[in-house]
Write a protein that binds this ligand. Structure first.
Ligand SMILES: NC(=O)C1=CN([C@@H]2O[C@H](COP(=O)(O)OP(=O)(O)OC[C@H]3O[C@@H](n4cnc5c(N)ncnc54)[C@H](OP(=O)(O)O)[C@@H]3O)[C@@H](O)[C@H]2O)C=CC1
Ligand SMILES: O=C(O)C1=N[C@H](C(=O)O)C[C@H](O)C1
Length: 236
């Protein structure tokens, strides 16, 4: 498979290494000072995009307008998702976004929803979330934390919003973001009552889980159409 790799930072470099190990080739790596050229899109089977919250929209739009299936793992740009959905539809394109490509995290998303539904009638248990990442991370809360909060909001009758702050109003889930050293990504949800607490946690040991997931999804994506998601890939 021929991959157009957009973003050649921590994730891009690790994806390049793993993709080559899997027998794929790169049409090009496009980083911040490079230009996305239509000829690159013509030569590729799929684009993998891991860049910056301010750059993702234009990169994804370019791929969709040049008939190239694209997956993006970039977080912090989701206010523009409705526009991407329109562009994808208009161009009969293929797009997948995942806040986290790790298979473990995608199972954790399901566990989170299950727990939220189970605990919803027990209003004495109040949820909170902590996410911990490396100090280079540009966005807070993490995309994964937002997906987890949305999962709780979908399933729990008493919560309808999240806040990246300890000062919350009724119905809000507090998310605390910590940035420490080189931590790849840890997410913990706790439900506390007066008498006890229940926690679920996912801890990435390295970026390998995100990298492997992105390459596996990229191998599957060229045969799909429209807006698809990682649940479709994992058949969850
Ligand atoms: N979904 C998932 O599973 C995961 C998602 N992420 C997300 O992926 C994104 C990238 O993470 P990471 O690789 O760690 O970050 P890095 O900062 O290490 O890499 C991003 C790279 O993209 C470059 N870049 C910036 N703007 C553009 C542009 N317009 N076109 C092409 N390249 C550009 C940056 O250049 P420069 O540094 O010069 O700006 C940098 O080289 C983040 O949003 C992060 O949250 C990360 C891990 C897993
Ligand atoms: O920036 C990172 O590193 C990560 N970003 C994603 C996020 O915002 O959730 C996924 C993972 O946690 C690592």
């Amino acid at each position: 498979m021929k991959i157009l790799l957009i973003g050649h930072g921590k994730m891009g470099k690790a994806i390049e290494e793993f993709a080559v190990q899997r027998g794929h080739s790169l049409v090009a790596t496009v980083d911040v000072n490079d230009t996305l050229m239509p000829t690159l899109a013509e030569q590729a089977d799929v684009a993998i995009e891991f860049t910056h919250p301010d750059a993702a929209f234009e990169n994804i739009k370019f791929c969709l307008e040049h008939n190239l299936p694209v997956l993006s793992g970039t977080t912090g740009w989701l206010d523009k998702m409705p526009e991407i959905e329109k562009i994808c539809k208009k161009n009969n394109g293929t797009f997948l976004y995942a806040s986290n490509f790790s298979i473990g995290v995608n199972l954790f998303f399901k566990l989170n929803k299950f727990l939220a539904k189970l605990i919803s009638p027990q209003s004495q248990y109040k949820p909170s979330m902590i996410e911990v990442h490396h100090t280079h991370k540009k966005d807070a809360p993490s995309g994964t934390a937002i997906t987890l909060a949305e999962g709780i909001i979908d399933e729990h009758n008493n919560y309808n919003a999240w806040k990246n702050d300890a000062k919350i109003k009724e119905g809000e889930i507090p998310i605390s973001s910590e940035r420490i050293g080189e931590i790849p990504g840890t997410h913990k949800i706790t439900y506390k009552s007066e008498v006890d607490q229940i926690s679920i946690e996912h801890e990435a040991y390295s970026r390998d889980g995100f990298v492997q997931g992105a390459v596996f999804v990229a191998e599957w994506l060229p045969d799909q159409k429209g807006i698809v998601n990682i649940d479709d890939f994992l058949k969850l």
